[in-house]
Design a protein around this ligand. Structure first.
Ligand SMILES: *[C@@H]1O[C@H](CO)[C@@H](O)[C@H](O)[C@H]1NC(C)=O
Ligand SMILES: *[C@@H]1O[C@H](CO)[C@@H](O)[C@H](O)[C@H]1NC(C)=O
Ligand SMILES: *[C@@H]1O[C@H](CO)[C@@H](O)[C@H](O)[C@H]1NC(C)=O
Ligand SMILES: *[C@@H]1O[C@H](CO)[C@@H](O)[C@H](O)[C@H]1NC(C)=O
Ligand SMILES: *[C@@H]1O[C@H](CO)[C@@H](O)[C@H](O)[C@H]1NC(C)=O
Ligand SMILES: *[C@@H]1O[C@H](CO)[C@@H](O)[C@H](O)[C@H]1NC(C)=O
Ligand SMILES: *[C@@H]1O[C@H](CO)[C@@H](O)[C@H](O)[C@H]1NC(C)=O
Ligand SMILES: *[C@@H]1O[C@H](CO)[C@@H](O)[C@H](O)[C@H]1NC(C)=O
Ligand SMILES: *[C@@H]1O[C@H](CO)[C@@H](O)[C@H](O)[C@H]1NC(C)=O
Ligand SMILES: [Cu+2]
Length: 644
């Protein structure tokens, strides 16, 4: 694909298009025959006074323009510093610490991450969200204050296990907690990090479609145990990529969820790397999202620039923090040496580029090319075959500049790895290329490849009542509870609630819009067999666990005979353990996990639009244990009592 980037691409100043200075209307001063004193008075009144006022006006106006300018830039998080970690500091951390982060969530009016001005919902007034870091074994505190006027919120730390009796702090609204109310509502997430959990994660709002509007950011868990497993490196940098819309997510929902819409997801307008991009705006051809009549304002924005040092070895932590779109990511002429997927270290796998679904993460070491240029393009590409609709605003290639020269202003002239505009079948990376370094697939004690329990889940979109198209797992579409959360009901009203009473022996329950898989035996090994009867791809995510990806099929349905190790279809040894895997349209996957983490765990497609259309269920794990806990924070229970 050609690069149509202008040479002003790295203009670092963000200027407002409306900064055109005061417009002065000059009045005509008529001169008549008058006495000298009158002329002097007239001169004073007509010339000096206005000039004086004008001078004051210009000074004041410049001052307010200046203020407006800094307002325009102050919403931007400086990712060039915040997403680069201080490795020396983390290497010195040897004892368990408490790490406190403070998140004020509010709406910023008129920010422009890619140049198009829109409103965002953000953390601490900035976009994108700040990097959260801790060490394995630490306790992480995220103190949230909801400063929005109308919208509730929650924070979910994506991929963390919450496996020390803290499922209630997982953050999924109406499942693990009642949301934090607007107008000053507060909640502190206390998360005890497992000694054996490390790697690359992220956090995002798990309330409605809110994270599309800006409530998300990277989360990294450092670990000495991990450092002992992998090669040493000099620098550690988060690269966060996300698809991006020019309107608030809620403005798309009425049409998307309305009648006669057969799951036509809104196609993004753009994509960002490190929270920035430079949108190629042309007022003549630009299509305002949702047919909105508002006037579009465009201000100059910048391409991301990643400054590297030739002498150093880099670990990049790549996150697809998007809402919908999978990406194909690479850096021209460089090879990516993959060492981690979703927090699991992998045997080294080298690739020119990598496909990743929303929610997934990879760490890679960067292998430099032999030919030494100073600038290269980093590219994240959307496969337009994954979109149901065209969006003429979208340039499906999102670029950043990788430079080995400090403060340089040159556009790279490099050519990309082979790419044919996207795979006609929207698919995830071939998961058999990834092998866990130290996570063996769990087997039942008699050594059989089959698990204790197999659950078959059929994925589909169906048109039901009122011509509404909804996502289904088996025959259930999720609808959120209105006044409570699953975990509150199952723990506090264990013997008497409309969802599932303790002692009910059904493996599957489907009450009150809540489809639960109920596991009450510690140590049981469970396989979820997903068959996708929909033509679209779905990246499935499990909370509270990593699952082993025993097999993924691009086409067809899973057959029981694949459990025979001689068939060679499944990996029962070192399959990758992760928390998101993409399943192609009409494809399948088998995901294994162990019943060992008490709590309620959402299992859902990570496409934000699909969560809203109900493609979500819950794993209800060891209810007999968690309903006995005496550790529920009062502040947590109060969130539900507030809306009773
Ligand atoms: C953006 O910046 C370029 C170069 O600095 C300038 O020529 C152009 O007029 C600016 N555009 C807007 C809309 O401000
Ligand atoms: C990023 O920002 C957060 C929140 O302000 C801060 O706690 C953290 O130390 C910053 N990280 C780095 C590496 O600058
Ligand atoms: C942003 O929000 C303000 C205040 O609610 C509103 O007046 C304005 O129209 C919004 N801007 C956009 C681009 O939606
Ligand atoms: C959050 O808002 C409160 C109340 O306005 C303020 O005191 C506090 O400093 C803010 N914290 C951050 C991290 O911005
Ligand atoms: C858009 O701009 C035009 C011309 O400046 C103005 O007349 C109109 O009221 C504006 N519309 C909105 C919705 O702000
Ligand atoms: C995935 O990779 C494996 C191992 O290289 C290969 O055998 C298999 O054919 C690949 N699958 C697809 C769909 O390309
Ligand atoms: C091994 O255990 C599994 C799961 O508990 C069971 O289904 C299977 O029948 C057992 N196989 C043998 C050979 O005992
Ligand atoms: C939960 O508490 C009840 C009553 O104290 C007790 O009978 C039961 O054994 C406990 N269950 C578990 C799994 O600890
Ligand atoms: C929520 O409403 C349901 C049904 O109306 C009721 O059974 C349940 O107890 C309520 N929960 C709370 C926390 O008020
Ligand atoms: Cu989906």
């Amino acid at each position: 694909m050609e690069n149509k980037k202008e040479t002003d691409a790295r203009n670092n100043s963000v200027e407002s298009a409306s900064d055109s200075g005061p417009h002065l209307e000059h009045g005509i001063i008529k001169v008549r025959k008058h006495p000298k004193w009158f002329m002097m008075l007239q001169f004073f009144l007509c010339i000096l006074v206005p000039t004086l006022f004008l001078a004051i006006y210009i000074t004041e106006h410049n001052r307010s323009l200046h203020a407006a300018k800094s307002e325009i830039t102050s919403w931007r998080l400086d990712t060039s510093t915040n997403y680069t970690m201080d490795l020396n500091y983390w290497k010195k951390q040897t004892t368990s610490e408490d790490r406190h982060y403070y998140f004020n969530i509010s709406t910023v009016v008129e920010a422009a991450p890619d140049g198009i001005v829109r409103n965002l919902t953000v953390i601490n007034g900035q976009y994108p969200g700040p990097l959260v870091e801790a060490n394995a074994g630490d306790t992480l505190y995220i103190h949230v204050q909801n400063q929005m006027q109308d919208d509730p919120t929650t924070i979910h730390c994506h991929g963390l296990l919450f496996n020390q009796g803290q499922s209630f702090n997982d953050g999924a609204a109406y499942i693990n907690q009642c949301p934090i109310p607007p107008n000053g509502g507060k909640y502190t997430y206390e998360i005890k990090l497992d000694e054996n959990q490390w790697g690359t994660y992220w956090y995002h709002s798990h309330y409605g479609a809110q994270y599309a509007d800006g409530v998300f950011g990277p989360l990294v868990i450092h670990s000495a145990k991990e450092r002992a497993l992998i090669d040493d490196y000099d620098e550690d940098i988060v690269i966060m990529v996300n698809d991006y819309y020019h309107d608030m997510a809620n403005d798309y929902l009425p049409e998307y969820l309305g009648p006669d819409n057969e799951n036509t997801e809104p196609t993004p307008d753009d994509g960002l790397i490190e929270g920035t991009n430079k949108f190629d705006y042309d007022s003549a051809t630009y299509v305002v999202p949702n047919g909105d009549s508002r006037n579009v304002t465009y201000v100059n924005s910048t391409l991301p620039v990643i400054n590297l040092d030739k002498e150093k070895k880099y670990r990049f932590r790549l996150i697809n923090a998007g809402f919908f779109a999978p990406i194909n990511f690479g850096i021209d002429k460089h090879v990516l040496e993959i060492i981690e997927a979703d927090g699991t270290n992998t045997e080294k796998a080298t690739m020119d580029s990598i496909d990743m679904s929303v929610g997934q993460r990879y760490s890679f070491f960067l292998q430099k090319p032999d030919e030494e240029l100073s600038h290269y393009w980093m590219r994240a590409r959307f496969d337009t075959f994954c979109f149901a609709e065209d969006n003429s605003n979208l340039n499906p290639e999102i670029d950043a500049i990788v430079t080995y020269e400090k403060n340089s202003n040159v556009d790279p002239a490099t050519e990309s790895w082979p790419y044919n505009g996207g795979d006609v079948q929207c698919r995830d990376l071939n998961q058999t290329l990834l092998k866990s370094l130290d996570q063996k697939v769990p087997l039942v004690s008699n050594g059989s490849t089959k698990p204790d329990v197999i659950i078959e889940l059929d994925v589909s979109f169906l048109i039901g009542a009122y011509q509404l198209d909804r996502g289904y797992l088996n025959d259930m579409t999720y609808t959120a509870l209105k006044n409570s959360s699953t975990m509150y009901e199952l723990a506090f009203n264990a013997e008497n609630n409309p969802i599932r009473v303790l002692g009910d022996s059904s493996l599957q329950t489907k009450n009150d819009g809540q489809y639960l898989l109920n596991f009450d035996k510690r140590g049981q090994i469970v396989d979820l067999v997903l068959n996708n009867y929909d033509d679209g791809a779905h990246p499935f995510h499990m909370h509270g666990h990593k699952f082993w990806v025993l097999t993924v099929g691009d086409k067809g349905y899973f057959k029981e005979e694949y459990y025979d190790p001689n068939v060679g279809k499944m990996n029962f040894d070192n399959a990758i353990a992760r928390d998101v895997v993409g399943i192609s349209g009409f494809g399948y996957a088998v995901l294994r996990f162990v019943v060992d983490n008490p709590g309620v765990w959402p299992f859902h497609c990570h496409i934000g639009w699909h969560i809203e259309s109900g493609l979500m269920m819950q794993i209800n794990e060891l209810q007999s244990e968690y309903s006995n806990w005496s550790t529920y924070p009062q502040s947590w229970a109060d969130l539900c009592r507030a809306i009773e």
